[in-house]
Design a protein around this ligand. Structure first.
Ligand code: HEC
Length: 107
């Protein structure tokens, strides 16, 4: 094997390392980030934290939604990638959705 052929191999190995370190973080979500997103994008209509005083009467509070779905928040992934009749389409990224799921699970 000559020296030149080693470079693509090293690049490939580097890529693999990157993939394995970045993907798990995205797969589980960060509840603190999720809380920030919920406060920014959802709290106009939903009660998203225990301390929140005001929201729309039509939108169920987040704790209520969690109860309704028996704590299984995986449906959110599908729910939030589509637009909803009474909800604006927020164009959330996959990572933002994972973070929201993590936040719901922490409630
Ligand atoms: C403009 C107001 C509005 C905003 C902003 C909003 N929602 Fe909603 N959402 C509603 C309403 C109203 C409902 C009830 C719809 C229904 O029952 O048909 C709802 C329902 C839901 C449901 C379904 C509950 C269930 O049991 O099926 C989920 C989950 C949800 N919202 C999550 C979110 C998240 C997460 C955000 C922020 C990214 C958000 N919503 C932002 C108004 C809003």
């Amino acid at each position: 094997m000559n020296r030149l052929s080693l470079i693509p191999r090293l690049a490939f190995a580097g890529g693999l390392v990157l993939l394995t370190t970045v993907v798990p973080a995205a797969a589980f979500g960060d509840k603190e980030e999720g809380r920030t997103i919920a406060t920014r994008w959802c709290s106009a209509c939903h009660v998203v934290t225990a301390g929140q005083q005001q929201a729309s009467v039509d939108a169920p509070p987040f704790v209520e939604i969690k109860k309704r779905h028996d704590g299984k928040m995986d449906f959110l992934e599908a729910f939030l990638t589509q637009s909803h009749p009474n909800m604006p389409d927020m164009n959330l990224t996959y990572l933002e959705i994972r973070n929201l799921v993590a936040y719901f699970e922490s409630l």
